[in-house]
Design a binder for this molecule. Sequence first.
Ligand code: ZN
Length: 382
Amino acid sequence: MGEPVCRACHGRAGHLVLDLGEQPACDYFPRSDDPGPDPVYPLQMWLCSMCGLAQLVADPTMREEPRGTEPTALVAQAADAVERVAAAGLLAAGRRVAEYGSPHGGSWLGLLTRRGLTPVNDGEPADVVLDCFGLMHSADQAASLAQRVARVATGGVLLLQYHSLETIVRRGQWNALRHGHYAYYSTTALAAMLAAHGFSPRKAWRFELYGGTVLLAASRDADAAGESDSSVQLLLAEEARVGVLEPAVLGGLQRQVQTRANGLRDWLVAQRQAGNIVLGYGAASRAIALLRRAGVDRTLLPAVADASPAKEGLRMPGTDIPVVSPSRLAADQPATVLLLLADLLTEVRAAFPDVEAAGGRWVDAETFGSCQAGVAPLPGRS
Ligand SMILES: [Zn+2]
């Protein structure tokens, strides 16, 4: 494989900052009776020295993930975001809207049409062009951003929402890196990408989703919509402090890979030795690299429960761990449920009260290797 070429600015100078080795396509869920081995591909992140975009190096995988259920955290955040953008005066009734969605769901169109905005047909200009976790799924970042900005009508706004690279770095979320996700945006890099199209960020909102999600409003410089406000300046300053453009800082993710994987494995081994039943919850694509780096198989984690009927009867890619129905949580009465998607915590505790009623607890798989595992506090106890 030759040197990477930046997906945004086509620069060739950059640094490999994270290498998760050979990993199966995260959306390739084989049947549980498929003995494997599953095909694997390199999974690497590269940081462009020219524009600062962190990106997936190569992606030979081309499969469709069984569509999961839409987490309520995502739905709640969409409603929150629409409220906040509307409060800023950007979602007036009568405006035209175009949405670039994510293949994982989470459309805002319903919310926006209820506010009186009008969806336009494919390719038509719009006053509000919205991209909610969509752009990251484009292999050609330059072409896809060009397509979006071209549809912004005079005086219009481009809204881009993304899991922030600053969050990924600050929280050590190395397993955000996955096949099919081509770009990992800092606001700094995105501002540079927008500048190439004569756009500038004007306002930013932050959300707790995925530990730190940013919604950025950008508009054309020619529209003279004014300077960026303090929300954008704050984000840029914070990113400069964290060092989102510095290869050595992003390289810190690599050190956390084995720390977290070892932490998870040691804990699972201890649970097995103590005779405690542990089940997983959330057949999430982002859990796959963690389970594989930790060498977790069904002797340590007998099953992962998931609410999506489409994933039942399948197994976690690259492991022998089957995906099962959530009814197993009640049947097996696990001492611990290892939550593989932290954003689901509130939702699953409410949906499966039997776990805690039987004395079990939920543990966030993303916190192993840090000071302590994120054990969810039980309500009414301390
Ligand atoms: Zn670049």
